[in-house]
Design a binder for this molecule. Structure first.
Ligand code: FES
Length: 162
């Protein structure tokens, strides 16, 4: 879940983060709530932001860090506006989905599980997206595309996702 549309620095984000901390401080479950909102607002949770939250909520930094690393929906790395998941499950793999991954890696200049510099795309993989009859399949955010070739996948991404 990433809602940040504009890239801003942590410094610019601090006033909003202060407000989130103020609203939740002292409440039950405040740490998770604050981290959730911070991720929605800032896009991810870098170490400096985690330290700021720890200080603001008066909890040990180690506690913040262990929550962030425990839950898979928290990310310490920036994510793109659009999350691409190319299926590498068996049905898709035998129909060439690995070639789609390689092609997109080359086109975007990033390895799998990384994000383009402009934060337009995060390139990821999945193990069966439940649409094996359409193999090879990719999912972009909530949209599923099937019967892809590397070129077709790239074209969809460039023409549909700003
Ligand atoms: S293996 Fe790709 S959708 Fe099932």
């Amino acid at each position: 879940m990433v809602t940040q549309t504009k890239i801003i620095s942590l410094e610019e984000y601090i006033p909003e983060l202060d407000e989130i901390i103020r609203q939740h401080k002292g409440l039950k479950g405040s740490l998770i709530q604050v981290l959730h909102k911070a991720q929605q607002g800032f896009g991810y949770l870098p170490i400096e932001l985690q330290k700021y939250v720890a200080e603001g909520l008066k909890v040990p930094y180690s506690e913040v860090y262990s929550v962030v690393t425990f839950y898979s929906f928290f990310s310490m790395e920036p994510k793109g506006r659009h999350i691409i998941k190319v299926c590498l499950g068996t049905a898709c793999f035998v129909r060439g989905s690995a070639k789609i991954v390689t092609y997109l890696e080359e086109k975007f200049g990033i390895p799998l599980s990384k994000t383009t510099e402009d934060r337009r795309f995060t390139l990821d993989s999945a193990r069966c997206l439940g649409a094996c009859s359409l193999a090879p399949v990719m999912m972009v955010n909530e949209d599923v595309y099937g019967r892809l070739t590397p070129e077709k996948a790239y074209k969809i991404l460039m023409e549909t996702y700003e």
